[in-house]
Ligand binder design. Sequence first.
Ligand SMILES: [Zn+2]
Length: 662
Amino acid sequence: MTDKRKYYLTTPIYYTNGLPHIGHTYSTIVCDTVRRYKRMRGYDVVMTTGTDEHGVNVERSAKKAGVPESEFVAKMAAEWRALWDELGVQGDEFIRTTDLKHAHTVQWLFKQCRENGFVYPGHYTGQYCIYDNAYVDVKPGENCPDCGRSTETVTEANYFFKLSAFQKPLLQWYAKHPDFIQPEARRNEVLSFVEGGLRDLSITRTTIRWGIPVPGEEPHVFYVWFDALTAYLSAVGGPQYEKTGFWPADVHLVGKEIIRFHAVYWPAFLMAAGLPLPKQIWAHGWLLMDSTKMSKSLGNVVRPRPIVHVLGMDALRYYLLRETVFGQDGNFSYDALVQRYNSDLANGLGNLASRTAAMIEKNSGGKIPKPAALQPSDSALATQAQAAIGDVVEQYDNLAFSRALEQIWSLIAATDKYLTTEHPWSLGESDADQQRRATILWTTAEVLRIATALTHPVLPESTTKVWSLLGQPGQPGSIALDNLRWGQLVPGTPLGKSQALFPRIEKAEAIERMESMENEAQKQPSPAVAPMPASTPAAIGTAAAAAPQATPEKIGIEDFAKVEMRVGQIKTAERIVGADKLLKLTVDIGTEIRQICAGIAQYYEPEKLIGRKVAVVVNLAPRKLRGVESNGMIVAASVGPEGRPVLAGFPDEDVEIGARLK
Ligand SMILES: [Zn+2]
């Protein structure tokens, strides 16, 4: 055999200022799936992930946590690593931008660009907040959006990268390599951006301390992208990339919001330094939470750990790759997640594996039976399985994960149907019947073996269990997909030990457990970060949540005064997918617009609530309900034995929005 073909792929290098949410998880799981798939195709694969650890936000967070920056980022990087482990991600290189080898690579790249005439000294002018020690994106005279203090116009010396010189070379590159940017929509977006002209880019700062120094030019440190993007190269040898043979990268997988930096800046830096360009930049869509973009400020961020804890890592991996067409935006909901888990994993793959093993155990002494001649129904299934091998390989090659899984699951469904039609359990003990039963069970087990091998890149944990249940040697990941064929299941192979696979779970209970873990986690400070105001303890957004107490305790007026109630006006109202009691409202309380969830969906039509004035408790700490942030509480009476909520309101007087109730 000749040398193995090399394949290099990367996740984004994640910013360490926060912890991973499900969006980061998605990018990383996709990458890990491709990595596992390519290995099964015989490639020598390197996958890089890592953490981007410099910049003023890290400086600030470390200060807030009262620890040195290096300690702060070390803790954060360890958290990211640990999470990827829990998700079965097999990164080969975990690059930290504070690694020494990375600093050397950045400095070397800068030197190349400078020697080739693409770096020049200049000045950057912007509005600067002295308190936050950072540039802020406001006009002269405007205040800092973060702290509200006044800003100053500051001009600092820094180095510029001559991005403008690369407009033509980049356009030529895109034309010559039509697959360089994927998918098509992102390619068009980048093309029109570059066609519109490129401005030179400031790549160093003198106002930031926490960064890689520019050699001989202190106090200059490298700024954001020149530092972070270069990590892809540092991970595979940096200046000595030729020795490892993994540069250029085959694909950088990124989220669509950072496509421009990867498809414009990064190739321009590499061209300027005379280095080979990556072969492809693949931008995936966003994972929306119940159709809105996930963000910290909306409080609808979902973290992977509770899901892994309750349903297992494979459930999350399967859901993310099955539910979203790669490249497009996807939607995350706990409801759909548990639905998929029960229908596809518990009742699908898990059930087929355990019933097949049980039948073989009972009828064939725990050994794979020897088939007689295949009947047309057996052959039809064989043909479908054989076709799936070729199709699924092609779909993985095109990163069409959802289609690949769809095809594998239709094979599983066909096998379930085959068993129902052939009903091996009702065959008797005559020789003919025994042979027929052996053939059916062998056919079923062979489909299961093929489906398991094909699914392995997505479901590494559970397919390994099924593999050993079928008595197959090693791991499914170690087989060569190119040699996978119908008919390789060897009769007489003893089954392995049976292991629990995807136990069915009650939906409401699973969601409740995941959500309460998520809420708990949000109350905990991050490992290195001091608690933020947004993570204060629970408050309630549903009107009828608190049961009346038998003997209410008397309170003084000062206790009542602690509750700040105001008149609010409902601006929008909508149902929450998967939560039939909750409405998501936005409410104008005079000083601001709040998002509040209220447990009134069974009694109030959302459309009829718009414009209605209600009483709002405005000083409850925010909390999340079904993953949606609720910041306040709408006051309602609880009526009748079923606790029907009736909104408190102001039918007679024209009350001003924001007026306090006392
Ligand atoms: Zn400020």
